[in-house]
Design a protein around this ligand. Structure first.
Ligand SMILES: *Cc1c(COP(=O)(O)O)cnc(C)c1O
Length: 390
């Protein structure tokens, strides 16, 4: 079955719900057992919030289980779990495999809150985080220590869009018994087959493309079989769960994710190429462009691009970044991405292991489902405004 077919059918079984096409929203905390035998059976299965039985709301509802099943199937992983946000998914995935005295390798391009917790709670709990050059590839071997438990990857980085040679990094990590945890939000299971490239645990901010409509906070983690028990234990111990309404919206969004991504990725690729030709632009950071340092890896390993990339204004236009962003009418100024609408955000990436190579006038674009010509015109009028002001 191809993914376009799978995404329509995964996690759905209308016969279980009186013929309803979509799995309904199940609101429940308590689940009643008819007798002690049933209680014992459910109690035994409680830890498995991927079990078909219900035990207690926090351990899953038919709605969350359907989403978990759909994502695990789509991703080609063993099982998935849901979390109240992408950040809680990232953090739980690391905490499942690292503890006091352990060493964790994290790319310097990592999503901000993961950098943050590395310096706060992880430090307090005795987990040492070391940031590495995201483009390090197999040379990551030099950074691996006997106590390295997790090698975290994120490709491309969601601010600066470095690609990572994930098969090469995973090969090193596995030789040293470390778990490869990937933030796969940018590509979704459709555009990067994480488990086929050596990833053990794949994390998604489902807030982004899975939900796709800028109305839900949600995280999903999919694991291979070897890492399932550890991830399950951490998920239960930390009390992680997600509301059935949010899982419903994620399932609803998931069904159209393929066509949204195809359209948004195409439009973003075209806009990125156009921006690269603009005299006001120092650099476009998108792996879709042939001159991007990670283009060859992207072509080799990825099945397409989503709608998120960034560019840097020429250094002498750095002061105009505020005017440029304020001049945009269709690109709304806001964090997050992955919805149907276009967004813009200034980026000032924090670095500790590598230098951010461009001017301090980085701008991130998320390309939505608007007509691409209108989006280009919007950018064009903002460029002409800063040109007349300068
Ligand atoms: C947004 C994002 C997250 C966090 O997701 P939230 O749902 O906002 O908590 C994690 N990783 C990446 C790459 C993101 O863009």
């Amino acid at each position: 079955m191809k993914n376009d077919t799978r995404i329509v059918h995964a996690g759905r079984n209308p016969e279980d719900f009186k013929g309803a096409v979509n799995v309904p929203v199940y609101r429940t905390s308590t689940v009643i057992s008819q007798n002690m035998d049933e209680w014992d059976r459910k109690h035994k299965a409680q830890a498995g919030n991927n079990e078909p039985d219900l035990f207690y709301g926090r351990h899953g509802t038919p709605t969350s289980k359907a989403l978990q099943q759909a994502m695990a199937e789509l991703e080609g992983g063993y099982r998935s779990f849901v979390y109240p946000s992408g950040v809680s998914a990232c953090v739980t995935a690391i905490m499942a495999f690292a503890g006091q005295g352990d060493h964790v390798l994290v790319p310097d391009s990592v999503y901000g809150p993961v950098r943050r917790i590395s310096g706060t709670m992880f430090k307090r709990f005795g987990i040492e985080t070391e940031f590495y050059d995201p483009q390090i590839g197999a040379d990551i071997e030099a950074l691996v220590k006997p106590n390295t438990r997790v090698v975290y990857v994120e490709a491309p980085g969601s601010l600066t869009f470095e690609m990572q040679d994930i098969p090469a990094i995973a090969e090193v990590a596995h030789r040293h018994d470390a778990v490869v945890v990937m933030d796969n939000t940018w590509a979704t299971p459709l555009l990067f087959r994480a488990f086929e490239h050596g990833v053990d645990v794949s994390v998604h901010a489902a807030t982004k493309y899975v939900t796709g409509h800028s109305d839900t906070m949600l995280g999903i983690v999919t694991t291979n079989e070897a890492c399932y028990e550890r991830l399950k234990a951490a998920t239960l111990d930390l009390g992680q769960t997600a509301s059935p309404d949010d899982c419903y919206l994620a399932l609803r969004g998931l069904r159209t994710m393929g066509i949204r991504l195809a359209r948004q990725g195409q439009a973003a690729g075209d806009l990125a190429a156009w921006l690269a030709s603009r005299p006001e632009v120092e650099k476009v950071m998108s792996p879709t462009l042939p001159d991007h340092a990670g283009h060859a890896i992207w072509k080799r390993d990825f099945l397409g691009a989503s709608g998120l990339f960034a560019f840097a204004l020429r250094p002498d236009l750095g002061h105009a970044r505020r005017q440029f962003i304020d001049a945009l009418k269709l690109f709304a100024l806001g964090g997050s991405w992955g919805g149907y609408e276009s967004l813009v955000m200034p980026i000032d990436p924090p670095r500790t292991a590598t230098r951010y190579p461009y001017s301090n006038a980085g701008i991130r674009l998320h390309v939505g489902l608007e007509d691409p010509d209108d989006l280009k015109n919007d950018l064009e009028q903002a460029f002409s405004l800063i040109n007349t002001r300068t």
